[in-house]
Write a protein of this length. Structure first.
Length: 460
């Protein structure tokens, strides 16, 4: 079986040209004029941009958190991702305290196996940095998990001390892995949370008011300093704050291998959302929290100038009904996280390309190519090239997308972007050469997603 994609405009992080594609065995085997002519099946991409499938480097499917479990599993989550043009999700397997790393990895492999509709890879959350965990990082890297998330927040659950973080950084420097950091000063935040609750401040807005941006800036600066001493690269996840971006920008200007990730919610939404009437602000309770507008403006600028490298989603959905409600009367009990895996590409195309903040190549870079390179998936993923997986998004730049919980495919009862009308529409999506999404139509298959091994992080 051969598939041809004809008459489209291929766009990668560096190229833009009119050409046809020939796909065989799930891979692109030829690009050029006429290469699709003899294919047994054809897709007409007239008027469409042919882009590499999106890579969401930060999702949480079926994550137990805050007394409940995130509402999308690998089936619903990766299907929603595909509807939005994201063909690969890098989810977080979790090692809890007292467990071996392998236990967490096996558990998340089992959650995905037979369910995922799109391709997936894993980072590993390390809650217990001890000699055994440090030793076992080697086996995880050999199994295709090369990035390890540590926390400077959530004392008693996930938080690691500076000494533990430093040892993990030294180990990745030795092995060729990558530490990802949740950079917020959890000790300070915990005190502020207890003080707010003692003063009777229980509403969702106090989630933001007890997690000041400087607590993110301080932790980001500390994470970078620890990485520099260890001689290791470091990747700061879900960045929201100007102070934190400044720290990453200064480090990168000094030539350090420091990467920053942000998410659409921090680009589009602000702290004011926590003040929506009643308990509605709970929709936006995530950590770090939404910030005042100037922080969002700084994030957009940092994406333009490569001070930030990646846009992922931190997709971690909890329904308002029964899940977010756990924190009614105590903001600290609202499960942290928000949905977003479905609309990352459209939000970034709209605000970035249509909004004239950056060009199509930069759009492809931050949504696909950079995460593929940083997490060692390139060139199998993250570009349109001969030999690469035929993961393709056919994007209609003149179409529009309207976001609503009534029509989205995520298993959650609200959208943080309800009613937004965006420039750009995902017309068709191919996963390893299979047409899985055609407009509103689902043509994919539960369980068709494959585990993809990450390799050594590339230098960017
Ligand atoms: O609020 C968030 N971000 N929930 C998911 C867990 C994490 O820290 O990424
Ligand atoms: Zn985090
Ligand atoms: Zn996360």
């Amino acid at each position: 079986m051969t598939l041809g994609v004809r008459n489209g405009t291929i766009v990668t992080a560096v190229d833009r040209y009119a050409a046809d594609l020939r796909i065989e065995g799930g891979r692109v085997v030829a690009i050029g004029a006429g290469v699709a002519d003899s294919c047994s099946r054809q897709i007409d991409a007239t008027g469409l941009l042919v882009l590499p499938g999106g890579i969401d480097a930060h999702t949480h499917f079926s994550l137990p958190f805050g007394g409940t479990v995130s509402a999308d599993d690998f089936e619903t989550g990766t299907r929603a991702a595909l509807f939005g043009g994201t063909t690969t999700c890098i989810d977080f397997a979790v090692q809890y305290k007292g467990q071996e790393l392998r236990t967490g990895f096996d558990a998340w492999m089992a959650k995905a196996d037979g369910k995922a509709c799109g391709d997936y890879a894993f980072h590993m959350i390390v809650a217990d940095v001890n000699p055994r965990s440090l030793q076992d990082m080697k086996a995880l890297i050999e199994a295709g998990v090369t990035s390890f998330k540590l926390f400077m927040a959530y004392p008693g659950v996930f938080l690691s001390s500076d000494g533990e973080i430093f040892q993990a950084l030294q180990r990745t420097a030795q092995l060729g892995g990558l530490i990802q950091m949740h950079a917020e000063n959890g000790g300070v935040i915990d005190v502020l949370v207890q003080q707010a609750l003692a003063a009777g401040h229980t509403a969702p807005v106090y989630h933001a008011l007890t997690r000041p941006s400087i607590a993110e800036g301080e932790a980001t600066h500390r994470a970078i300093a620890l990485a520099e001493i260890a001689g290791a690269p470091v990747y700061i996840v879900h960045m929201t704050a100007s102070e934190a971006v400044d720290a990453v920008a200064q480090a990168r200007a000094r030539g350090l291998r420091v990467y920053g990730e942000t998410c659409p919610q921090y680009l589009y939404l602000t702290e004011d959302h926590y003040r929506e009437p009643g308990f509605a602000g709970a929709k936006y309770v995530m950590s770090p929290p939404l910030r005042p507008q100037p922080h969002g403006d700084r994030l957009w600028r940092a994406l333009q100038t490569d001070q930030l490298s990646v846009v992922a989603t931190d997709h971690c959905p909890f329904c308002m009904k029964e899940q977010k409600e756990l924190g009614r009367g105590d903001f600290s009990k609202i499960p942290n996280g928000a949905p977003g895996v479905e609309h990352r590409l459209q939000l970034l195309y709209h605000g970035g390309v249509a909004g004239k903040r950056f060009d199509l190549h930069r759009f492809v870079q931050i949504t696909s190519t950079a995460p593929a390179k940083i997490f060692g998936l390139f060139p199998r993923k993250g570009t349109v090239a001969v030999g690469s997986d035929a993961d393709l998004v056919l994007l209609d730049p003149h179409g529009t997308t309207r976001i609503s919980a009534k029509s989205h495919h995520m298993n959650v009862d609200y959208s943080a972007y309800e009613g937004m009308e965006l420039q750009g529409r995902v017309a068709k999506v191919l996963l390893r050469g299979e047409l899985v999404v055609d407009g509103d139509q689902w043509l994919g298959r539960t369980g068709a997603g494959q585990f993809v091994r990450c390799g050594e992080p590339a230098q960017l």
